[in-house]
Design a protein around this ligand. Sequence first.
Ligand code: PLP
Length: 398
Amino acid sequence: MPSYRQLFLQHIGQTSPSPLLFEVVKAEGSFLFGPEGQNYLDLISGVCVSNTGHANPSVIQAIREQSEAYLHLMVYGEIIQSPQVKYASLLASLLPPQLSSVFFVNSGSEAVEGALKLARKYTGRSEIIYFRNAYHGSTMGALSVQGADTYRDPFRPLMPGTVMAGFNDLQSLELINDNTAAVIVEPVQAEAGIISPVNGFLRSLRERCTQKNSLLIFDEIQTGFGRTGSLFAFQKYEVIPDILLLAKALGGGMPLGAFISSSDIMSSLSFNPILGHITTFGGHPVCCAAGMASLKVLTENNLADEAERKGELFKKYLTNDLIQEIRGEGLLLAVKIKRKDMVLPLVFKAPDHGLLLDSFLFCDDSFRISPPLTISDDEIILACQRIDSLIESVSREN
Ligand SMILES: Cc1ncc(COP(=O)(O)O)c(C=O)c1O
């Protein structure tokens, strides 16, 4: 009998020549468990997905109840499905009044695609501005607004009419002009290695977009749902976008994405042509039920407020001499290592030390920490001890 490892390499489409290749049979709270009962502290949360922990009982219960009522009924948009309606209403109640209309899709990339189409349709303009080292997904439209050529060049030609600006570069905001349909930005850049906006940058961006009647799109696919210490990062920076993109934690561990705007802006997708943007599985009822249960866990337990304090705990207990800097907000952290050559070995050796870590797409001197927001103080201390022994062991071997 071939092992799962052999079958994985043989039959699963590969994303790199050297996958991490560790097997998980169960996940609960902050831990993943291997076939021999090994435990791994999950410091990644499926990249900011499992914010309320793995197998959260409220989420599992919601999935069970909804799957007994109905699964897929019909292509998104034309019939009333209560899990979508209830979740959209809950989201709207937590957002400013101009973010009241939710278009559910399946993933982050698909939310980006929808938002780009919406911006062009609403403004009648073509140009989209994006930022250096931005990551918005791997589909063609999303790739066209990705800020790193390494990932774009092999797939050209991309969507025309895109222009790159510099994140935190106030001067490059002058690129926003009368033909700019929208500017798409992560309020805190994640794959760039957790880069926060400098004071006033997002506010100036908002002002320039308003001045030029261009739509401002915030990609909060990674920063949303408490990750940076407030429910959404835009609330912390007090800058309201015209379109908000959500995915990852939106589904509480199930696949779900959304672009959210005002009813006025959103209505431009409903005519000329009708059905101009549709999706079969967008807003799947089970995913909406799971996401709504997860959001309630998040708000009822003040997990967003706690993220800030828990992030500080990591900073306090991660004291290894080889750590140069810990950047980030809340529980979205980047640990910069003095020896850049150690970063990938650290990620690959992490499972041997009972950890799951990850690197960044556009930052090769740091590794990522983004655990479930439900992680306990004791688990944070344990994680820091394991990271310390991991760093020591990798520095000896390399
Ligand atoms: C900021 C951001 N936007 C968009 C995406 C794309 O989301 P998905 O992988 O669900 O298509 C990601 C995924 O990592 C992301 O981090």
